[in-house]
Design a protein around this ligand. Structure first.
Ligand code: TNX
Length: 700
């Protein structure tokens, strides 16, 4: 399969004309490609001409030149000329050249790229159109070295949706400004135009607010949770206002709008840790959280707190020119509001009876403030309640029903539904997948996501602005892993958002992705190649299971249940390799399939510990704990199912200091005829920490 793809790609590159049926090396697929006669020679002598006094055209030209230098080793020069001279005399010039030209009347972001043997012209009305023409032209040049030809053709192109984005969570884990810029750059290669930046959450406040320095000096640091006895160093990070301005300018050069998200009234624990008077309950202030999940801390609704939030938004608005500003609004469980006498009193004074209506009041309050400053409010789909501001944009994450309801109600909406567009889900079952959620959301799953809702009227459909994928980073600790989780799935998001649905074609996309991944490699950007390599092993197939061998890591075992199944790395505070535990935190229990017990067997296992740092509300009651008979608990082994009596129970001892995985003493399994599934779980004395299996080996 892979070889086939590479062959096709090579064939196209070498002989564009003879393989007229093979797809152009473009992602996303343009609206229309019409082949022409001949080819345009590109060499280091090729000149790019832009009209004088057209800064955006110059920017697009420099972008093209810089990309070609990186992936083709050629330095094209950019020359400005009088606009009138540019269009008319181009074909007559001695040297073939590339020209950027403004043409009135084209839709926003649209462009036309005309490649002929004597010259290339990129026409657009908008600056974004000029840039996208440059991106397409760059993609027509295969990565490699030196002079080459581009087959003659005319590409007429425009996007299906105006909102094609990615959300990055920089609160749970922090990424450097350099990384953010590199992400903006590769977003631009895909014609993605919206970067939604999740900057505040329970676990960290990451944007400098001059008026409230404690937001970052206190709210920007947390002490990570750990199961080891070593006291962990603080985890800190925030973006200064000057770094943010620099990032926003870098994005603007790539025609990417940056939409900041400041979470309220929930996901506010870091802010409340910094300024306890913002909280809803009396008592000692909380720490910046080191847990994941849904927290209970909500901002109170005192006028002073509203003023504080207005102040914060004022500074935020000065940094981000985008017309949109995201105020979160998700997962605001109302326990604290319900039990706070002062919140209740204030709600009563406002004439608001129930806590849900109170959140709507909160949203309206912020919406009014933003409108006054020429901005539009964006919120997660929880904001969609009677009374939601009419110009608010609803981001549908609990499936697509929020988007439907918003469009029907006349609100603009953006699709980012769990689980398909949640890139904290792994993309294959391969053992090399980084930590995250265990549900598999493959490249194909993302590609097949269909934003069009046929049950909406044409008028209502106009409210669907587009889509974005969300990269939540609870479990995505490093920048490299952000890349691995995002690419190439972001390419699928780009095509779903850009290409008209009737032109979408999974197999064609996979072929066009091959040159795209060559660009990733040429630019030094890591990506996940699971979709481009052999299909993963299917562990339910008995033969495949046996092929795993006697020793299997936890990803190769089956989980007994799928409550909240995660791939988790322990927090370790050195630089060495860390194990990766696959487990259901609601029920840590694994099945080793198909073990030969006919002559009895020896079971050995490597075990480790993880902190239980999950805020899951009342669900915590469902977790079985307190069933241990010894101080640290026992590993319980059962045969054929997890409900029967244990065949062996192995007491556990405390983890040796400095170790992340401990090998248990071998356990003898009694002889039984044939092959059996072995169930392994831990009897545990307490919720935190959790025992986890790293690997299991069963041999006769
Ligand atoms: C839900 S999606 C959240 C986030 C989490 C995400 C993944 C949404 C609006 N809220 O706070 O990071 O699930 O765990």
């Amino acid at each position: 399969m892979r070889r086939g793809l590479i062959f096709l790609a090579l064939a196209w590159l070498i002989c564009g004309k003879c393989f007229a049926d093979s797809p152009p090396p473009l992602v996303p697929l343009p609206a229309e490609v019409v082949p022409g006669q001949g080819a345009f020679p590109v060499s280091s002598k090729t000149v790019i001409r832009v009209p004088s006094n057209d800064a955006e055209a110059a920017q697009a030209a420099r972008y093209l030149a810089e990309k070609v230098a990186r992936t083709r080793g050629m330095k094209l020069s950019v020359v400005t000329v009088d606009a009138a001279a540019l269009g008319s005399s181009a074909p007559a010039r001695a040297m073939p050249e590339i020209a950027f030209l403004r043409e009135p009347g084209m839709p926003n972001e649209a462009y036309r790229l005309h490649v002929a043997s004597h010259g290339i012209q990129i026409h657009a009305t908008s600056g974004s159109g000029l840039l996208y023409g440059a991106v397409t032209l760059w993609q027509l040049l295969p990565p490699g070295q030196g002079a080459t030809h581009i087959p003659a053709q005319t590409i007429t192109d425009k996007p299906a949706y105006p909102w094609r984005g990615l959300m990055l969570d920089s609160a749970r884990h922090f990424q450097s400004p350099t990384f953010i810029k590199s992400m903006l750059d590769w977003m631009s290669w895909h014609k993605l135009n919206t970067f939604h930046w999740h900057l505040t959450d329970d676990q960290g406040w990451r944007i400098e607010i001059r008026k409230y320095p404690r937001l970052t000096s206190v709210g920007g640091c947390r002490i990570p949770a750990t199961a080891t006895h070593v006291k962990p160093p603080e985890y800190c990070g925030f973006y200064t206002q000057s770094q943010i301005r620099d990032i926003v300018a870098y994005a603007a050069e790539r025609h990417i709008q940056v939409i900041p998200e400041i979470e309220m009234p929930g996901h506010a624990q870091a802010a409340i840790a910094a300024y306890p008077e913002l909280g809803s309950l009396e008592g000692p202030p909380p720490p910046v959280s080191s847990s994941w999940g849904v927290h209970t801390y909500l901002f109170n609704i005192e006028p002073k707190t509203i003023d504080f939030l207005h102040d914060v938004l004022t500074e935020v608005m000065q940094l981000f020119p985008s017309e949109y500003l995201h105020i979160g609004g998700d997962e605001a469980v109302k326990d604290q509001w319900k039990s706070s006498p002062s919140v209740q009193a204030r709600a009563q004074a406002l004439g608001i009876k129930d806590p849900e209506a109170l959140q709507t009041w909160f949203t309206q309050e912020m919406g009014r403030f933003l409108v006054k400053h020429g901005k539009r409010l964006v919120g997660w789909d929880e904001i969609l309640q009677p009374g939601v501001p009419g110009d608010a944009v609803v981001m549908s994450w609990r499936g697509v029903t929020g988007a439907h309801a918003a469009a029907v109600a006349g609100n603009d909406t953006v699709l980012s539904p769990w689980p398909t567009l949640y890139f904290d889900n792994r993309q294959s079952t391969r053992s090399s997948e980084p930590p995250g959620r265990m549900r598999v959301i493959s490249l194909e799953d993302v590609y097949r996501f269909e934003p069009r809702d046929p049950t909406l009227t044409t008028e209502q459909q106009k409210h669907v602005l587009g889509l974005q994928a969300n990269i939540w980073t609870e479990h995505i600790r490093t920048e490299e892993r952000v890349q691995l989780m995002t690419l190439p799935r972001a390419a699928a998001v780009a095509e779903v958002g850009w290409t008209a649905p009737e032109r979408k074609d999974w197999n064609g996309f996979l072929q066009r992705l091959v040159p795209m991944t060559e660009r990733y490699r040429a630019m030094g950007i890591p990506y996940d190649d699971s979709a481009l390599t052999a299909p993963p092993r299917v562990t339910t197939d008995a033969r495949a299971t046996r092929a795993l061998g006697a020793r299997r890591n936890s990803r190769e075992l089956e989980l007994c249940s799928d409550g909240v199944s995660l791939l988790l790395e322990p927090n370790a505070f050195g630089t060495g390799p860390r194990p990766l535990f696959a487990l259901d935190i609601m029920n840590p229990c694994w099945i080793y399939k198909d073990a030969d017990l006919s002559r009895g067997a020896r079971l050995t296992a490597g075990v480790g510990q993880l902190p239980f740092n999950f805020e899951i509300g009342a669900d915590v009651q469902k977790i079985r704990v307190g069933d241990a008979r010894t101080a640290e608990g026992e590993l319980e082994v059962r045969v054929d199912g997890c409900d029967g009596p244990t065949v062996v129970t192995q007491p556990l001892s405390a983890m040796p200091a400095g170790k992340l995985v401990n090998t248990l003493r071998a356990i003898a399994l009694p002889a039984r005829e044939g092959r059996h599934d072995i169930c392994l779980r831990f009897a545990r004395p307490r919720l935190d920490p959790m025992w986890a299996l790293d690997w299991v080996e069963i041999r006769p």
